[in-house]
Design a protein around this ligand. Structure first.
Ligand SMILES: Cc1cc2nc3c(=O)[nH]c(=O)nc-3n(C[C@H](O)[C@H](O)[C@H](O)COP(=O)(O)OP(=O)(O)OC[C@H]3O[C@@H](n4cnc5c(N)ncnc54)[C@H](O)[C@@H]3O)c2cc1C
Length: 403
């Protein structure tokens, strides 16, 4: 592909750059705490302004408030936001992953009710998928939704690692509705109001000091019949749509983490580091990896702009990008020294936050498995649970752990 902007893309970039230049002074800081409600409100207000300027939901169809543009414009916007050094939207999970899932699988009523407030930051969403015993093996979720005579559902169980649940208005939740069929079949997706009776959110503090994740408990939460998204028993297909958009969102966002120029600037500011051969070698290796990821990413973009879905090789970009970003933060903190521990120092935050990205959106090992099986054609892992009802799997696991 031609790596230069076409005249139309250049005009789009210019328009975005001018808006950001004109508004950046009034943007909130990038490094506030999500535990401070004033900071969350400021980020909501910023998202609203971005949405009103057409700079949120860029790839959403116009009929749902988006711009109907393509992935190239989304990447251009991310690059310009990173260049302007301002925060992007607050609800990356909602707009990047859950909104597109509602657009693909939701009813017209659900789209009319939820998409507008999501886009404008009035209602933030969270992704209620992972559980203590269901992460990589997501189809093993045990949170149960039981049908009631009046058509409603009773929900009970637990989710974990739920980003933004502490201030989310709604969550998209994967629950087991039929344990007597194989595990991928008995699942259903629901919209859960986070203020419903029986929903309890508990924060989990990370090593970075932040509490962005939560455990969420459901104790006989009543859900109306119209909270089902994509049909009863179709939860796995609906979840796959979210996971596909999750990979794309992480890929599109890589401009923020994979910026060699910022690392070079941090190192270049230190005269000793500038001349240190070991530092220069480490820097060269990292910049080489980050540039390779960026140019590889353009292949995925080419596929997307032709209406194709990037293949499983795209997973390699996530593994490489995250490892290079971790190495970059380590190098920057080595060069900066103890000052990097200052709370205001973004590199120290990245040092503690980035390793978590090895797990988010598919762990490194799972992605390597996928690449081994689907790109390199290696033999697949044995799958002992194929075709067996979920309820029997649980019983077999219990028997195995007793014997
Ligand atoms: C920053 C961040 C944000 C997140 N936000 C959310 C969120 O908002 N909502 C949500 O639902 N979840 C969220 N998650 C959870 C995330 O989806 C899970 O961490 C991920 O799916 C892995 O699941 P797990 O943590 O249970 O690890 P496990 O699946 O238990 O894996 C543990 C280890 O075993 C390895 N492993 C597992 N199976 C295999 C295998 N077959 N072969 C080889 N190795 C294997 C894994 O690679 C990993 O190293 C978030 C996680 C992070 C880090």
């Amino acid at each position: 592909m031609d790596l230069n902007d076409t005249p139309e893309q250049a005009a789009y970039r210019q328009k975005v750059r001018e808006w950001l230049e004109a508004n950046r002074q009034s943007a909130p800081s990038k490094s506030g705490s999500y535990e401070d409600p004033r900071y969350v409100d400021a980020r909501r207000a910023w998202q609203r302004r971005l949405a009103e300027a057409g700079l949120a939901g860029v790839t959403w169809p116009r009929e749902y408030g988006g711009q109907g543009l393509g992935p190239i414009e989304q990447v251009t916007l991310n690059q310009e936001i990173s260049r302007a050094d301002v925060p992007g939207i607050l609800d990356v999970i909602g707009i990047g992953m859950l909104g597109p899932c509602l657009i693909a699988h939701g009813s017209e009523e659900q789209k009319a009710r939820y998409l507008g407030p999501m886009l404008h930051g009035d209602e933030v969403w969270c992704q209620l998928f992972s559980e203590p015993a269901a992460g990589s093996d997501l189809a093993a979720v045990q949170t149960r939704a039981r049908p009631q005579e009046d058509g409603s559902w009773l929900l009970s169980g637990q989710k974990v690692w739920t980003t933004n649940a502490q201030f989310a208005a709604y969550g998209l939740l994967l629950a087991r509705t039929d344990p007597d069929v194989p595990k991928h079949k008995g699942l259903t997706m629901f919209v859960v109001p986070m203020d419903a009776r029986g929903v309890v959110v508990r924060g989990l503090r990370q090593i970075s000091g932040e509490a962005e994740f939560n455990e969420v408990f459901f104790d006989d939460v009543r859900l109306d019949a119209d909270t089902v998204v994509g049909g009863v028993g179709n939860g796995w297909g609906t979840a796959l749509t979210v996971l596909m958009f999750e990979r794309l969102t992480i890929g599109f966002g890589s401009e923020t983490y994979g910026s060699p120029s910022r690392l070079s600037a941090a190192i270049g500011a230190d005269p000793d580091a500038r001349g240190d051969l070991v530092v220069r070698r480490r820097l060269g290796e990292i910049v080489g990896e980050l540039l390779a990821v960026r140019f590889n990413g353009y292949r995925a973009l080419t596929a997307l702009s032709r209406g194709q879905i990037p293949g499983p090789e795209a997973g390699l970009a996530k593994v490489t990008m995250v490892n290079a970003a971790i190495a970059a933060a380590d190098l920057a903190t080595d060069v900066i020294g103890p000052d990097a521990l200052a709370e205001s120092n973004r590199w120290s935050y990245l040092t503690s936050f980035l390793p978590g990205l090895k797990s988010a959106g598919g762990t490194e090992q799972i992605l390597r498995n996928t690449i081994g099986e689907r790109v390199l054609g290696l033999p697949p892992e044995p799958r002992l649970d194929k075709g067996i009802p979920f309820s029997e799997l649980r019983a077999r696991e219990k028997e195995a752990s007793v014997s």
